[in-house]
Design a binder for this molecule. Sequence first.
Ligand code: ASP
Ligand code: MG
Length: 403
Amino acid sequence: MLIVQKFGGTSVGDLERIQNVASRVSETKKAGNDVVVVVSAMSGETNKLVAYAEHFSSNPARAEMDMLLSSGERVTASLLAIALNEMGHEAISMTGRKAGIVTDSLHTKARIEEINPTAMNEALKEGKIIVVAGFQGVSTNGNVTTLGRGGSDLSAVAIAGAIKADLCEIYTDVSGIFTTDPRIEPKARKLTQISYDEMLELASLGAKVLQNRSVELAKKLNVNLVTRTSFSNEEGTLITKEENIMEKPLVSGIALDKGQARISLMGVADRPGIASEIFNKLAKSGVNIDMIVQNKAHNGETNIDFTIPSGDLNDAKLVVHSFVKDGDIKDESYNETICKVSVVGVGMKSHTGVAAKAFSAMAKENININMISTSEIKVSMVIDEKYGELAVRSLHDAYELEK
Ligand code: ASP
Ligand code: MG
């Protein structure tokens, strides 16, 4: 097999851990696989470099930040190659440029435009282990770029896609994706597999494990992703396309999102175009809208409720105020003590009664549901924040996810 193994900051956090990573890579190679390793900087290293720059300037040139930050990953890549050589392997490290990762020129948050895997393919043909410095590329005009914080996951997935790897393993300090957050529900179970779409909907469960952007890219490039821990041999969770999942569970997981706020617009003028005006203006201000509920109009007026990430609240208020001033909205109210619980599963597509079961679980606990939204593979409910964890546990029970 051709395997990409990506090791995050904690997995390469000190020299002893880098040695452990070398042993794992060595075993993978000895088992007859071809291996491309992608590494992060040692944990804390990137933050330290950012702080160094801030010592001199509160607004350092972004191109210089990329020169600086890309060095953290190079340290780990070369050290790992040295360790592998010492173990008798032919290993070479590569910068993003050498690995052929071409990006646009948006320094500190560049997007990968293409990967030219010629150098990697040649080294693989010679039987070498390649260690790529993650998080970085080269712009079309030859400058070093970085892909945004946490970007080495993205490097790994993009490389796996470009060299058509059979598997892309993402190693962190977490052993995989769970049916829900084990700190909320100790009976949470590790999933053996999950589809890309479910993973994207369960973002809050995967947040500490891998970047959403990387899951999107894996879906696009059809890369089989595995998240697992570098601290034991425990099997992880496979994230793959739905067709590859043999036994489709009705529900795969329950996610809780506490960082939500609800905005209620009262007495909204009931005329064509008003929703478009309001939501276009919100979009222009960078406000991310999630659920929207509009009530039946009454006396030429209607009410519209919607949810947004709490961090966007101030921007949203400014927009709403402008409509209130113009008289198109009579009154506004805001609620930050809400949360969103979501039940996610591909099995919902072919089963009925999934939403009803969620509502029953809420009723049993006497939890009031404020808003509901559904998609093919998800049922989300907005409830009072203080019942969020109780809701997660009762849903986990209702769908028997511990089994
Ligand atoms: N070292 C970079 C960061 O801390 C990239 C990564 O670890 O993925 O954001
Ligand atoms: Mg990371």
